[in-house]
Design a protein around this ligand. Structure first.
Ligand code: ZN
Length: 350
């Protein structure tokens, strides 16, 4: 396997399999399929594992967002709230898919750092069960306990959609991330509950007001699993320098998102992006977050990624770009996986 291994802050494999109708027919993942991540591509590119998102897609006119983001300006409306019962059904189905992948020998669901490191050494894909948007969780948090039992250790309260808990940013370019309301009272309780259970709280997708609410409440390092630099690409989904400073102060981590709309200065979701543009975001993040605060969060299977990388098999291009930028091996190791391990150790119970 290529080294250093890459542990990744975000992928949408589970949603891809769900949308392709392969939720219960996952054999192709082991032998190779048409997505960004499968076992052969992971081995080829040194993809060691990461956060596997359970995500309930919006339907109808609110689907197909990647195409709508190809323009040089866009302002996609927020999709409506997804009802709890619909969301729970889909979330359970995607968790079942993750379990099946584990049963088939494609990956291992990990709930502690030592197991992740053991998987990295043995070459098994290490998967963290993450939930992107808390639509499947009832306001009494009964489902949160059930999902925890199933292995959930990371939760983003919102995707780019309103929920009971708060509101995500609409996909809008150019735009500040200050697009809507903060956490609701029950959203604040959810963050406290996650703190108590030592579930990582992810701030990617949340409105700036919601970000500051989380920053004020949480007792864990602040994490954005897959977001980029607003000062370079002024997208609603990216983080301002002030937000990056707050993450740095908390000892948190930001995962570089490979979604081209969040990398490009013009916000277009087209694949023509040199790897040097990704390094530019890393450089800016390093300037604020320091060497311990920068990681990767590909958004594989959920976004258009640079044609120079293509999929998980092309991760060597990014390693090479970091070498070419004189990052040096200790820093490259931190960005590739060590910083995720450190922040997980600080967040999860030991
Ligand atoms: Zn996302």
């Amino acid at each position: 396997m290529q080294t250093p291994p890459i542990f990744d802050g975000h992928n949408d494999v589970l949603c891809r399999l769900f949308e392709q109708g392969k939720a219960s027919n996952t054999q192709d993942f082991l032998t190779g399929d048409d997505g960004h991540i499968d076992v052969p591509k992971a081995q080829a590119g040194g993809f060691a594992g990461g956060f596997f998102a359970v995500f309930v897609p919006s339907q109808g006119e609110f689907s197909g967002i990647l195409e709508k983001m190809q323009e040089s300006q866009y302002d996609l409306p927020l999709p409506p709230i997804v009802p709890l019962s619909d969301a729970k059904k889909i979330a359970l189905s995607q968790i079942e898919t993750l379990r099946q992948l584990q049963n088939e020998g494609s990956l291992t669901i990990c709930t502690d750092v030592d197991t992740i490191l053991r998987c990295i050494t043995s070459g098994e894909i290490a998967a963290i069960l993450h939930m992107e948007g808390a639509e499947a969780i009832d306001p009494d948090f009964v489902a949160l306990d059930q999902f925890y039992e199933a292995g959930l250790r990371s939760l983003g309260p919102v995707w780019s959609r309103p929920t009971l808990y708060g509101e995500g940013v609409p996909f809008r370019f150019p735009s500040s991330p200050d697009t809507g309301g903060g956490l609701t009272d029950i959203g604040k309780q959810l963050v406290q509950k996650c703190n108590e259970m030592r579930i990582l709280v992810d701030t990617s997708h949340i409105s700036e007001a919601g970000f500051w609410d989380i920053a004020a409440i949480t007792d864990a390092p602040i994490v954005a699993t897959h977001s980029n630099v607003h000062a370079i690409s002024p997208h609603s989904r990216n983080l301002t320098d002030k937000q990056l400073e707050a993450i740095a102060e908390s000892g948190g981590v930001v995962g570089l998102n490979f979604a081209t709309a969040l990398i490009r200065e013009d916000g277009r979701m087209v694949d023509d992006v040199p790897v040097s543009s990704m390094v530019r975001h890393l450089d800016h993040m390093l300037g604020i977050l320091g060497e311990d605060g920068v990681a990767l969060g590909s958004d594989f299977d959920g976004a258009v990624v640079p044609n120079s990388i293509r999929d998980a098999s092309g991760l060597g291009e990014l390693r090479q770009a970091m070498i070419d930028a004189d990052f040096g091996n200790p820093l490259i190791e931190k960005i590739c996986y060590r910083n995720w391990m450190s922040v997980l150790r600080k967040t999860w119970p030991q």
